[in-house]
Write a protein that binds this ligand. Structure first.
Ligand SMILES: Nc1ncnc2c1ncn2[C@@H]1O[C@H](COP(=O)(O)OC(=O)[C@@H](N)CCS)[C@@H](O)[C@H]1O
Length: 945
């Protein structure tokens, strides 16, 4: 038998090894497909049998050599040649030819291998097969995946196979050091595996892969692109960007009004809520400001309705107290996530009541309000009509009879229930039997508004996400029905209508007006945004998840059209699907999922969460949060790709060019790189203009990948050791890479504002405007520009740490949270409790420090530990010297030390608040507290003297 192969082809080694295992004697012939002698060979390697028959399919060769059927083996063989080989070839190919999409695919494949080998000694079961040989030979040129993380099972298996005598014998003939992935490039008359466009693992199919021959990225760059790249790469003074204190729309300019759905205050927001509304809108608003559009970003909390009343009952507080408590919580979480609202308000503000009541009068006057009598359950003891959630009873469905059915659904038979049909209904609060009463309610006449609404939807929907269009069309197809807008509740905006004095508006009637009333809190000129004068265009972008769509696309626009006072209507409904938690639903009651405060507690920086959530944003379909995915994206995209590129560029500049941007003389290589970067830049701008945030991040990462590929092929570290000409080349390479790092900082800013600021500081550069009309890379840092001090931007997330978090948030944390809450309400105060707390916190810090070197991760926990130690010290002093402290307690005073800490903490809070909002009403109360604390501190110091 003869194996025909080309030089260094790992698949040739594979055939050699297979032959050794099959105890066949073969001859290895290294050939070149361009050689006329071999024009009859189509693919390398090919196995020629003694009878002249030629085989090149791995499965056919395995069947022939081992004469046995093994479906699993064949599946893995197929997998290795149709997926693993192209992914490796695309990723490992050097220079501009490396495919930016290859790494995530390769990571997924490698993970699949490692997962398989965790549960099975070999790929197809308990014994080694041709599949193992095929995969092994493909991994061999990379010296067993030097860059791969957490693949211990794969590495063990690799070593085990390598030690086999047959493998060693084959390696003696075809040494590892001679193998190269580029050899796959010249191994096929159809263009080679390398020329095949890369597919995602589960969609690839062999036939298609081989049929679709495509040229590589660099080969597709046109002269026009090269010329455009050359012309654009010049320096222009960056535009000074002075944002006015109050942003108002201007005639003849692009005016972008961004709103985020208003989260309810009945709970802490989970990661789904965060990416569904506030984070997506923040990224978009930041981009819009960077692009130079007049941008206003408004949001706040949705505070009325039964959800709040329920929570108040559960927490034994008044609804007002619940709103105050949760507003603070939401506000704090969003500040931590770096959400830069222009105004973050509340629907319980007086402006909201005024605007909603006025809107009601207008709709009423326009003839769009109907009155109807509705049957409801009244609890005479509580003196209120019972919302569905407040009533329980026996299920009315035949054959069920479950005694604890809810007012909306029976948990036993799962059927929907009408509260008034429950048998023996009882009030959930006082357990007494309610009575049936009819009550008048007001309805918005949607059928009357329908023709106008349809006309508007027909042209407006072009700017909406697909799910928003589909949901709206489904509502319209069914035909609109009148919707009740009043409720017999106490917690809401009073209905200003005779006979309805004791009723309030339904929360979804008032909530969307929150956008308007919050703008009014921001500026008295709010109508310029919401009822703009002729000649001024305002483009409204509204962010939410799918469940909110009908209220923004049908109900609220119908109300505004009925009012007919020229209100700004939504141009872009940006609706996501749902983010799930590790393939299940986020569930507050069962303690499943990650909530805003949990994210904060992990110690993982807010920007990493922002990046991850944007990359996993459920655009087009539901997506899942997964801890492994978070770690993988952090480690591969942020750390290995982006962080690696910018840090290398800056460190080279610092060490070899005295921190000064060197002379850049562009050659064809640089122009190709710039042309590739410009393609991605265009993709980034196009994506962000349409708020396709996930795609935007993909383009950004591709720029960095191109940068890494360029650096890797150009090898400036070698050029620096060469002659003058080579040194000049190295200067160009580093000068260009530092400029690309600066471009990346600008593109990163909407997604990771704090990281971008750090990078700007390292570059000693300014944040510049993006030119959306001309997305081409320019010279941002001229020769001679002094950069700052480079430092790593990202830290690795270790598997042990991730596993710990997975365990903590996987459904058992309700208990943990309850424990935390109880310990939060009864903070450790005595020495014994504090000693325990110090010990536990010390352990946490040790674990964290062992799992990561990133100070940003463990520093907050160290701060907590120091604080606990201080408390312990103080408590110990109190026990040994009770009198002074007792006096202090009796007088209601605090020690100098305590007050100093309080002043410092309050000072931080004020700084953060002032940084996050210009609204004095938000930070002034905190400033007052700070001033008061300072006074107390002064007095305490005097007293101590
Ligand atoms: N799992 C989810 N994934 C993405 N987005 C989600 C998910 N669950 C909810 N949401 C969106 O979050 C915001 C806030 O939701 P919340 O229930 O707190 O508030 C409301 O829906 C209303 N108060 C909005 C009035 S304007 C929302 O956009 C959900 O769609």
């Amino acid at each position: 038998m003869i194996i025909y192969t080309n030089e260094g082809n790992p698949l040739g080694l594979k055939l050699l090894m297979l032959a050794k295992f099959a105890k066949q004697s073969v001859q290895l012939q290294v050939v070149n497909l361009n050689d006329a002698k071999h024009k009859d060979l189509l693919v390398l390697p090919t196995l020629e049998l003694d009878n002249g028959q030629r085989l090149f399919s791995s499965v056919a060769i395995a069947k022939y050599l081992f004469d046995e059927e093994d479906q699993l083996r064949d599946e893995w063989l197929e997998w290795s040649t149709t997926l693993l080989a192209p992914a490796l070839a695309h990723h490992m190919a050097v220079g501009h030819r490396a495919d930016p999409n290859a790494l995530p695919v390769l990571n997924a494949l490698v993970k699949k291998l490692d997962d398989r080998l965790k549960s099975s000694p070999y790929l197809a079961g308990n014994k080694l097969t041709a599949a193992d040989i095929s995969v092994w030979s493909l991994l061999a040129p990379d010296g067993t995946l030097k860059g791969a993380q957490n693949v211990d099972s794969l590495r063990d298996w690799y070593g085990k196979v390598k030690a086999l005598p047959e493998v060693q014998a084959a390696l003696a003939e075809q040494p590892l050091k001679d193998l190269s992935f580029n050899a796959l490039q010249n191994a096929n008359r159809y263009g080679g595996l390398y020329h095949v466009p890369l597919k995602l693992p589960n969609t690839a199919d062999t036939g298609k892969l081989l049929a679709e021959a495509a040229s590589t990225l660099a080969d597709t760059i046109t002269d026009e692109e090269i010329n455009a790249a050359r012309a654009a790469f010049t320096y222009t003074e960056p535009k000074k960007y002075n944002e006015p204190r109050t942003v108002l729309p201007k005639a003849g300019e692009r005016n972008v009004l961004v709103t985020s759905a208003l989260p309810y205050v009945n709970n802490v927001p989970h990661l789904g809520n965060i990416i569904g509304c506030v984070l997506s809108s923040d990224i978009f608003a930041r981009y819009s400001r960077c692009a130079g559009y007049n941008t206003l970003f408004i949001s706040g909390t949705d505070e009325y309705g039964t959800a709040t009343e329920n929570k108040a009952l559960a927490e034994n507080m008044t609804p007002r107290e619940i709103c105050d408590k949760y507003f603070e919580l939401h506000n704090g979480i969003y500040r931590w996530f770096g959400i830069g609202f222009d105004y973050f308000g509340r629907t319980t503000a007086q402006e909201q009541t005024d605007i909603v009541q006025e809107a009601f009068h207008d709709v009423y006057k326009a003839g769009f309000i109907l009155k109807e009598s509705v049957e409801q359950l009244l609890c005479q003891k509580c003196d209120r009509f019972l919302a569905d959630r407040f009533v329980e009873g026996t299920c009315p469905h035949p054959g069920c009879g479950y005694e604890d059915a809810r007012g909306d659904q029976c948990d036993k038979c799962g059927k929907l229930v009408n509260a008034t049909e429950l048998i023996r209904p009882r009030c959930k609060v006082c357990n007494t039997a309610p009575v049936l009463r009819s009550s008048d309610q007001l309805f918005i006449d949607l059928p009357k508004a329908e023709p106008q609404l349809r006309e508007w939807v027909d042209h407006a929907e072009n700017g909406w996400t697909n799910n928003a269009r589909v949901i709206t069309r489904a509502w319209l197809r069914e035909g609109l029905k009148p919707r009740c807008i009043t409720r017999d509740l106490k917690w809401g905006i009073p209905v200003p209508h005779k006979g309805f004095e004791n009723k309030v508006f339904y929360v979804w009637f008032d909530a969307p007006f929150g956008y308007v009333s919050m703008t009014k809190r921001y500026t008295k000129d709010y109508q310029q945004w919401w009822q703009p004068a002729k000649g001024t265009e305002v483009e409204l972008f509204q962010f939410m998840a799918k469940d909110n769509v009908p209220f923004h696309s049908v109900v609220w626009p119908s109300v505004l059209l009925a009012i007919n006072k020229g209100h700004t209507l939504v141009a872009h409904i940006m609706a996501t699907e749902y983010l799930n938690y590790e393939d299940g639903k986020f569930s507050k009651s069962r303690g499943i999922g990650v909530f805003g405060n949990d994210a904060q507690d992990t110690g993982i920086p807010a920007d990493v969460w922002r990046f991850y959530l944007a990359s996993a944003r459920p655009e087009g379909q539901d997506s899942s949060f997964s801890w492994n995915d978070l770690a993988a994206r952090n480690n591969s995209e942020l750390l290995n790709n982006l962080g690696n590129f910018v840090n290398r560029a800056l460190v080279f500049c610092e060490k070899n060019f005295n921190s000064t941007v060197p002379e850049i003389a562009l050659t064809q290589d640089e122009l190709i790189l710039l042309a590739l970067v410009n393609r991605e830049l265009r993709g980034y701008i196009n994506s962000l203009e349409k708020a396709k945030l996930r795609d935007g991040i993909r383009h950004l990462m591709s720029i960095s990948r191109h940068g890494n590929g360029y650096m890797q092929t150009q090898q400036p570290w070698l050029l620096l050791k060469g002659n003058a000409e080579q040194k000049a080349r190295a200067a160009t390479i580093i000068g260009l890479c530092v400029n690309l790092a600066c471009l990346l900082a600008n593109l990163l800013y909407p997604y990771m504002p704090s990281t971008a600021r750090t990078l700007f500081a390292q570059l000693n550069a300014q944040h510049t405007r993006l030119n959306a009309d001309k997305p081409l890379a320019t010279l941002l840092l001229r020769t001679g520009h002094k950069i700052g001090k480079p430092a790593p931007l990202f830290a690795k997330l270790e598997q042990a740490f991730i596993d710990e978090l997975k365990g903590k948030y996987g459904g058992t944390q309700t208990q943990a949270k309850e424990e935390n809450t109880s310990s939060a309400t009864s903070q450790p105060t005595n020495v014994a409790e504090l000693e325990k707390a110090v010990q536990a916190q010390g352990e946490k810090v040790r674990q964290l420090k062992a799992s990561t070197k990133d100070k940003a991760v463990w520093q907050p926990e160290v701060a907590k530990l120091l604080d606990l130690k201080k408390q312990l010290e103080a408590a110990q002093k109190t026990t040994t010297a009770p009198f002074p402290s007792d006096n202090a307690k009796q007088n209601g005073t605090r020690s100098v030390q305590e007050l100093e800490a309080a002043v410092q903490a309050q000072g931080n809070k004020v700084r953060q608040l002032k940084g996050s909002t210009k609204d004095k009403a938000v930070w002034q109360p905190e400033v007052n507290i700070l001033l008061d604390l300072k006074k107390q501190l002064e007095a305490a110091k005097k007293a101590a003297k």
